[in-house]
Design a binder for this molecule. Structure first.
Ligand code: DGT
Ligand code: CA
Ligand code: CA
Ligand code: ZN
Length: 577
């Protein structure tokens, strides 16, 4: 069964395709209205369909109801597929460029004969687009910028998505008879927020058999290269995967080398040279006469580092951010692990834009073994997310208090409160005071300059009722840069006002960026890892957050949702009187 949001997206795409064809505006509007109605739906879609009551919803007529049912039940819509097939590929591609809607795409197609992204780029670079009616210099510049970012990002993937693909491949590799050891390497192992490809390292005594396996699986779309030491394939999802095979004795060295980062490796190799050794993916050897090299067997990464007098450096930290120095001083922190998490505070329900009810979210949290869950639905200005009015919020608080009394797990009443353009909050103090905590986030007016944006956020930080700053920069990885912001200043303001910064675990956000966390936490900033869950199956995003927290050198003590219930309760009470 298709999800409500997916159906809404297809209806919107239908509207775009119809508009591209120059169809009747009423029909186009009907699809758009239908998408909006679906997104704002309070009731259960499945039930409405079963009882044939879809048409009772404002904005959904007979025709649309039939389309929605078809999508929901079959997961596809023949009319949509036909429309898509009938639209030139070039137009579909152009439609994907941010800032280009159907009308503009039509104009580009007709007036400038633009048939591809490279045509579009050429025209923009030559200033031809600015001259078209309805475009102008600004929109030309925007198109160029959008094209450049999409080129730069190329085929990178979110870490989360790449890991989902890599796990089963790794498991299958490990099960092969001729494979002794197998690991993920590269940026995926380092938990970088996006990855260029999947890197696998394995040791085997029968490389040809392993490579034959790797290049003939159902996940292979195309073989890029095949050899007994290295093969590269394109997965059906479009992402590249490399497999390197080495003899057992070289496994640890190969794993270390191909985990990277390149910069980290270079620094470690310099230390080797200073000692008269050469370190490579094959092993370590003496290159200077008289240099001493321990003869003990080196078959783990721990032992490689030990040769240099270094303590173990987890892959997440190998980014040349001072980790070698810390390891030399035995100062690599004990990083947070998934099992340290005892609950989460950034969770949405169907009261706003979540997919599950309060009860469902609570019981899912309980199944995860959490001691508490905080509900933080949107505030009224977030109308695109069905933000709650004061009335609805107060009713929800009531509902939460009642359910919490009956439950084995504590439910905190919170909110994700919009920070308005001037920095004031979306609800008056007397309302916010009824809650246990307040996450403050920006969901509008992203265009403000750095000074205005920083001022806006600091005002929210200084508000007596704010507790946690949500997804600090608003970035959507591979899609949208964060808004302009003086992050160090924000960090200082949070520390001065004793406010917490979120590490948003949604794989597309991972915000605040890991590069800021180490220094911030050393100055005393506390972190809250939020799943920003909009459905029960997204509660696990808190674990993605943990991976990134590790990358930011965070320990359990730096993260408030590792606290046992009583301690967290006390902390929130102190912060939010
Ligand atoms: P990616 O794939 O762009 O997300 O980033 P990585 O780090 O996975 O890079 P990749 O796949 O090109 O190579 C995997 C690792 O292998 C890399 O982190 C370090 C190592 N490596 C690859 N080529 C070189 C090289 O030319 N020099 C050094 N020092 N290391 C390399
Ligand atoms: Ca890689
Ligand atoms: Ca690679
Ligand atoms: Zn948000």
């Amino acid at each position: 069964m298709m999800k409500r949001e997916e159906i809404a997206e297809i209806l919107e795409e239908m509207a775009e395709l119809l508009e591209l064809k120059g169809e009747n505006p009423f029909r186009i509007r009907a699809y758009r209205n239908g998408a909006r109605a679906l997104r704002n739906l309070d009731a259960d879609l499945e039930q409405l369909i079963k009882e044939k009551k879809l048409t009772e919803i404002e904005g959904i007529g007979d025709h649309l109801a039939q389309k929605i049912s078809e999508l929901f039940l079959k997961g596809r819509l023949s009319e949509y597929e036909k429309l898509k097939r009938g639209t030139p590929q070039a137009l579909l591609e152009l439609l994907q460029v941010p800032g280009l809607g159907p009308k503009k795409v039509q104009t580009l197609y007709k007036k400038l004969k633009i048939r591809s992204l490279s045509d579009l780029k050429k025209a923009a670079a030559n200033g031809k687009i600015a001259k078209l009616a309805g475009f102008g210099k600004r929109s030309e510049a925007k198109i160029l910028e959008a094209l450049e970012t999409s080129e730069k990002q190329g085929t990178r993937r979110l870490w989360f998505d790449a890991m989902k693909e890599a796990r089963p491949i790794l498991d299958a590799l490990k099960k092969l008879k001729s494979v002794k050891k197998a690991e993920i390497a590269g940026s995926l192992r380092r938990r970088l927020e996006t990855v260029g490809d999947l890197d696998f390292i394995a040791s085997s005594s029968n490389p040809n058999a392993v490579m034959r396996w790797f290049t003939t699986q159902p996940f292979v779309k195309k073989i890029l290269s095949k050899g007994s030491a290295k093969s590269s394939i394109l997965l059906t999802s479009g992402i590249q995967a490399d497999l390197r095979l080495v003899p057992h004795s070289q496994f640890a060295f190969a794993l270390y080398y191909f985990t990277g980062s390149k910069e980290h490796n270079i620094r470690l190799r310099m230390q080797a040279l200073k000692r008269g050794w050469s370190l490579s993916e094959y092993g370590i050897e003496r290159i200077k006469k008289g240099a001493r090299l321990p003869t003990a067997k080196v078959d783990t990464e721990e032992k490689i580092l030990k040769l240099f007098g270094l303590s173990y450096i987890p892959p997440e930290l190998r980014e040349d951010q001072g980790e070698l120095k810390a390891a030399a001083e035995n100062k690599i922190p004990k990083l947070i692990v998934e099992g340290d998490i005892r609950g989460a505070l950034h969770c949405h329900t169907a009261a706003t834009d979540g997919r599950n009810s309060l009860k469902e979210m609570v019981s899912a949290a309980q199944k995860l073994g959490w001691e508490y869950i905080g509900i933080s639905d949107h505030s009224k200005s977030a109308f695109q997310a069905n933000g709650q009015s004061e009335e609805r919020l107060l009713a929800q608080i009531e509902e939460i208090r009642k359910l919490s009394k009956k439950s084995d797990i504590r439910i905190f009443a919170g909110i994700e409160c919009d920070i308005l353009p001037k920095g004031n909050l979306d609800f008056p103090e007397k309302v916010l005071k009824r809650l246990d905590y307040v996450i403050v986030s920006i969901h509008s007016s992203f265009q403000q300059d750095e000074k205005a944006m920083t001022k806006r956020l600091i005002r929210a930080i200084e508000h007596p009722c704010s507790t946690i700053i949500g997804h600090l920069t608003g970035r959507l990885l591979l899609k949208r840069k964060g808004y302009a912001l003086n992050i160090p200043k924000i960090i200082d303001a949070c520390i001065a006002n004793k406010k917490i910064v979120e590490l948003n675990g949604n794989p597309q956000r991972l915000d605040m960026d890991w590069r800021y966390w180490r220094a911030a936490a050393e100055k005393g900033l506390l972190c809250c890892i939020g799943p920003d869950a909009h459905a029960i199956d997204q509660l696990e995003f808190v674990n993605t957050g943990v991976q990134i927290a590790r990358k930011g050198w965070l320990r359990k003590e730096d993260v408030i949702n590792t606290l046992p219930l009583k301690k967290l309760e006390a902390l929130l009470k102190k912060m939010h009187p």
